[in-house]
Design a protein around this ligand. Structure first.
Ligand code: FES
Length: 264
């Protein structure tokens, strides 16, 4: 009988915020702000930088490609072309020259969504710079989420808010599009406004959500939240780990409900 556990080398994986190196991992050179570091070739940019000694106070959030906090620009040695990616998702390559741009100072308009309408005029008034677009498409090329940025800006210019909202749905607000724009357009803020107008005025309201919002406003959860917020850590852990009713693994959708249905 083949004992695979005995013959397979143990592979440790990088977990949490610190990298654990697989035995014999090869290292490669990368350059962070012009300084060379040798890092394991299996790591993401974020973990490679932490391996090199950097500590992320800004420029890291979810670590899962969702929050948009870690946009990174890089170039490969000997090549003029700029590349774009998320530090938490992109694996390092030898001779990467890296710079993080966790914040880009793009113009962001102020508005009250409840005083607007589904007409595109409002977006045009708040962000007239979208008409400076020269369709160079650098915004789309810079997007680490492969959002067709130029397409949603064009849709917005043409008054197609629903189309702009749909095309921009995967935007994570990292701002790399704006950093490349010749017209200095804050594309990601424009997209967010289009999605808010879409959700507020175009998309039919979800009835179950309306009912739940009413329950919250009526105070259905106030007592429970007050109780939880005054519990100490030990009791909270016990409530969560020992007393909580758990959905069985692999339960078919809709087939399970907790016995305590007070807060459903
Ligand atoms: S840390 Fe959130 S997208 Fe990278």
């Amino acid at each position: 009988m083949c004992d695979t556990q005995a013959t397979q080398p143990e592979i440790k994986v990088a977990t949490g915020d610190r990298a654990i190196l697989p035995e014999g991992a090869k290292t490669i050179p990368i350059y962070v702000m012009g300084k060379k570091y040798e890092v394991p070739e299996t790591l993401t940019i974020m973990k490679a930088m932490e391996f090199a000694g950097f500590k992320f106070l800004r420029g890291a959030g979810c670590r899962g490609g969702i929050c948009g906090a870690c946009p990174t620009v890089y170039r490969m040695a000997g090549d003029y072309k700029l590349h774009f990616g998320l530090a938490c998702q992109t694996v390092v390559e030898a001779d990467m020259y890296l710079a993080q741009i966790p914040f880009f100072p793009a113009n962001r308009a102020s508005f009250n969504i409840n005083e607007m309408s589904a007409a595109a005029d409002a977006i045009h008034a708040l962000y007239p710079e979208i008409f400076r677009c020269v369709a160079c498409n650098q915004c789309t090329k810079a997007c680490p989420m492969d959002v067709k940025v130029l397409d949603y800006i064009s849709a917005t210019k043409q008054g197609e808010i629903a189309k702009a909202a749909r095309i921009s749905f995967d935007c994570i607000q990292c701002g790399l599009c704006s950093s490349r724009c010749l017209g200095e357009i804050p594309q990601y803020h424009v997209a967010q406004l289009a999605r808010r107008i879409f959700a507020r005025y175009i998309q039919p309201q979800a009835e179950h959500l309306r009912l739940r919002a009413e329950e919250i406003e009526a105070g259905k959860y106030d007592q429970m939240l007050d109780e939880l917020s005054t519990m100490n850590t030990e009791d909270l852990e016990s409530r969560y780990v020992n007393e909580r009713e758990r959905e069985p693994d692999m339960a078919a959708p809709g087939s399970w409900q907790p016995q305590d249905s007070r807060y459903l």
